[in-house]
Design a protein around this ligand. Structure first.
Ligand code: ATP
Ligand code: MG
Length: 577
């Protein structure tokens, strides 16, 4: 393919909104162009990579008896109301009405649509198992779309759904997808980890995320130094490296004392000379999920943690059986509940549920806010001074914590979630009455799993891992073209005819070639070749040909070979192996 026949326009500078390297390189290379925030046109070069990645996915899934379909992007409101997600999904679901005032949404995911698709057809246990997938556009009205394709509003997802007769069979389907994902991401050659993730209240209990390791990743991961434990920080159990044992032996009398200008844990710790992990902080939330538009009242509760710890919203959500992490109260709401502004609040005398992180359980005679501005209590003790509604692991685990497997400690990484496998159970099939008749003729809800790959996100994640100062270094399996020919003297017929022949010879070997036949200076051609990142570059110019030489450069290592024109094809083949 000749550059002159394509639509490729590279940029010297990245736009101001591109914060991370992969986003900058995608825009500079003309792979993507923004139409609106989080919404992009994919240029021909990206489409070529996209199709290759899609086909890798198809090969691995078809091999495992998955069935490809294509479901609609526009869904009726009534469908999403069957599962309650019309409201639960909140504003992330883009809703609209047609001319007849009927409600619709753009598909953010397809559990409802696929369950509807199969529920009429699947009658008996003989119809199962089934695994149905598609590669298609999703729309999520993300609050803060950013990082290009990483968190887009419109993006391409591969979503698959398994249907089985019982949990045991469903977990076999789960394992098969887990294996497929490993094969898929291995074929891209990415450095990734498979981590435990939040199963939430969606139904089933098994879930893993596939995370490409990159500093720009939005997810925090904790990986064991010694065992194969790896988890998203959302669910990593927090176990202190050294268990805390209070030096206090007797319970002292509660005492109120003035703490003007001491609002934060850091200020209190410094002024009172008490380590942060011996102070207790009180945070306020509402357990009202806000799904019912008629009931937007706050349902306050508070959480106690050691001053040195951070609350884990996902653990909190799961302890309370909520669908989404609870919202924190505003300062004014905290005041109306406790009588004081944040910084002077504590559990004593509160008339709301009190949840405590188990890190607080070991403390005695500790300090908390007195629910009176600029005052704290000292010598507070659990049970004697306030009652606990429930205690548990509510804090963020952190680097250096003990590994839950018992072996080693936790080390932190950043990750980009490119895939997610999920055992769902019967949450959707029960609500949507997707049933089959078992061997005894009894109707049973179908066991389900769902499995997503962020197809466009993965392409960008690959770049986030594969680049150098000059540009992209595409993994061979998804490079838009294998070879980039820079023709230096396009007006010399002899040069052009050698270039054309080499291109044809390569193409005859199923090697895809981009030929830069523009009337540009060599320097700018080389810069663009480095930026676009095809695995092999071939330089053909008059000077070289006079010495019967063609330059072949490997993009990744920048190693240069000068060979006779007749040797080019073999050399390229060996470089692409
Ligand atoms: P995240 O936690 O990143 O918001 P999610 O848990 O909402 O993702 P899933 O519903 O599991 O995502 O979707 C399956 C896959 O789709 C994810 O693993 C991710 O790779 C991709 N994905 C999700 N949201 C986006 C987005 N806004 N832009 C691009 N890809 C996305
Ligand atoms: Mg996820």
């Amino acid at each position: 393919m000749k550059w002159s026949k394509l639509h490729i326009y590279t940029l010297k500078e990245a736009p101001a909104d591109a914060e991370i390297i992969s986003h900058k390189l995608l825009v500079r290379g003309g792979f993507i162009k923004k139409l609106a925030p989080g919404i992009y046109t994919y240029g021909n070069l990206l489409v070529r990579s996209l199709r290759k990645f899609e086909n890798i996915i198809r090969e691995e899934l078809n091999k495992r008896n998955c069935i490809e379909v294509l479901m609609p992007v526009v869904h009726p409101q009534a469908l999403w109301e069957e599962t309650g997600r019309w409201n639960e999904m909140g504003d992330g679901l883009l809703k609209f009405k047609n001319r007849n005032d009927q409600g619709f949404c753009l598909a953010a995911t397809h559990e409802e649509a696929v369950t509807d698709y199969v529920r009429h057809d699947i009658k008996s246990y003989r119809d199962l198992p089934k695994n149905i997938y598609q590669i298609q556009t999703k729309y999520r009205d993300e609050i803060r779309p950013r990082f290009g394709l990483m968190r887009g509003r419109e993006f391409t997802m591969k979503d698959a759904y398994s249907f089985d007769i019982n949990p045991e069979e469903a977990l076999k389907s789960y394992q098969s997808m887990y294996d497929a994902y490993k094969a898929i991401f291995d074929r891209l050659g990415l450095n990734y980890r498979i981590v435990q993730a939040d199963a939430g209240n969606i139904g089933g209990s098994q879930t893993h995320e596939f995370q490409v390791l990159a500093d720009a990743g939005e997810d925090a991961l904790l990986v064991s130094t010694e065992s194969d434990f790896a988890a998203n920080v959302e669910v990593a159990p927090a176990i202190d490296a050294v268990p805390y044992i209070s030096k206090e032996t007797t319970l002292k009398d509660k005492e109120k004392f003035a703490t003007p200008n001491l609002k934060t844990i850091a200020q209190l710790s410094k002024s009172l000379k008490v380590p942060e992990n011996e102070l207790v902080k009180t945070l306020f939330f509402s357990s009202n999920e806000g799904f019912n538009p008629k009931d937007q009242t706050i349902k306050p509760f508070c959480v106690l943690l050691r001053g040195s710890d951070e609350v884990n919203p996902v653990k909190l959500k799961n302890m309370l059986g909520m669908v989404n992490p609870p919202l924190m109260l505003t300062d004014e709401e905290v005041h109306s509940v406790s009588g004081a502004m944040p910084g002077s609040c504590g559990p004593v005398g509160l008339n709301i549920p009190i949840y405590i992180d188990n890190g607080v359980l070991g403390l005695k005679n500790f300090i908390v806010g007195a629910n009176e501005d600029n005052f704290h209590f000292k010598n507070i003790n659990i049970d004697r001074d306030f009652k606990v509604t429930k205690s548990g692991d509510l804090r963020m685990a952190k680097e250096g914590d003990k590994c839950p497997s018992g072996k080693g400690t936790l080390k932190s990484y950043r990750g980009i979630e490119v895939g997610h496998v999920f055992y769902l159970g019967t949450k959707y099939s029960q609500k949507m009455r997707a049933q089959y008749l078992d061997k005894n003729g009894k109707a049973q809800p179908i066991e389900m799993g769902c499995y997503g790959i962020g197809v466009t996100r993965t392409l960008q994640a690959a770049i986030e891992q594969c680049f150098d100062v000059d540009g992209i270094i595409w993994p061979k399996s998804i490079a838009p073209f294998h070879v980039h020919i820079c023709v230096l003297d396009i007006n010399k017929e002899a040069v052009m005819s050698v270039a054309e022949k080499i291109m044809t010879d390569l193409e005859n070997q199923n090697i895809e070639v981009l030929m830069d036949d523009r009337d540009e200076r060599p320097g700018s051609k080389f810069k663009d070749a480095d930026l676009l990142g095809m695995p092999v570059r071939i330089v053909i110019g008059e000077k070289g040909l006079n010495n019967n030489e063609i330059e072949v450069v490997e993009r990744k290592t920048k190693s240069v070979s000068k060979v006779n024109p007749t040797q080019v094809v073999e050399l390229v083949k060996s470089l692409l192996k």
